[in-house]
Structure formats: structure tokens, C-alpha cells
Ligand binder design. Structure first.
Ligand SMILES: [Zn+2]
Length: 75
């Protein structure tokens, strides 16, 4: 799972070709969208100013766990 499908992709996405994702901790199959926030130092920021970058990910609605796979893009 390297990429999230962002937003609506029209009729070409066949939901039957997708795979159900469950929580690695408790097996729950429902997630809510949450954001991790990364602080960017001024030296590394494109704008030259210190800032914050939101990283969208998914959190288990039952136990709050975030699967490792959800964060693989950001490492
Ligand atoms: Zn869970």
C-alpha cells in the first residue's frame, strides 16, 4: 500500500478490485481521517519560513491505532 486514492476517481475504480483494510491491532475495519503534523525548519522550508505540514492518515475508530502501512509514504 504505497499510495492513497485521493478523492473521487470517477467510474473507473472498481470497488470489487480493492482490498479491505483492517486495524493491525484489533481487526476493526473502520477508520477516521486524522492528520499528523510535521514541523519544517526555516532552512528546509520552500518559503524560507518555519512552518507546519499536515500528513493525512487513517486512525482506527475502535482503538485509535494507525497501521504502519498508512504512514509508509512519509518515511
Ligand atoms: Zn484498532
Amino acid at each position: 500500500m504505497k499510495q492513497f486514492v485521493q478523492g473521487q476517481r470517477g467510474p473507473s475504480l472498481d470497488i470489487s478490485q480493492t482490498t479491505e483494510v483492517t486495524c493491525d491491532e484489533c481487526g476493526n475495519d473502520k477508520f477516521t481521517v486524522v492528520f499528523k503534523v510535521r514541523k519544517v525548519a526555516a532552512l528546509l522550508s520552500p518559503s524560507g519560513q518555519e512552518g507546519f505540514v499536515p500528513l493525512q492518515t487513517f486512525e482506527c475508530t475502535s482503538c485509535g491505532h494507525i497501521n504502519e502501512g498508512f504512514m509508509s509514504d512519509y518515511r
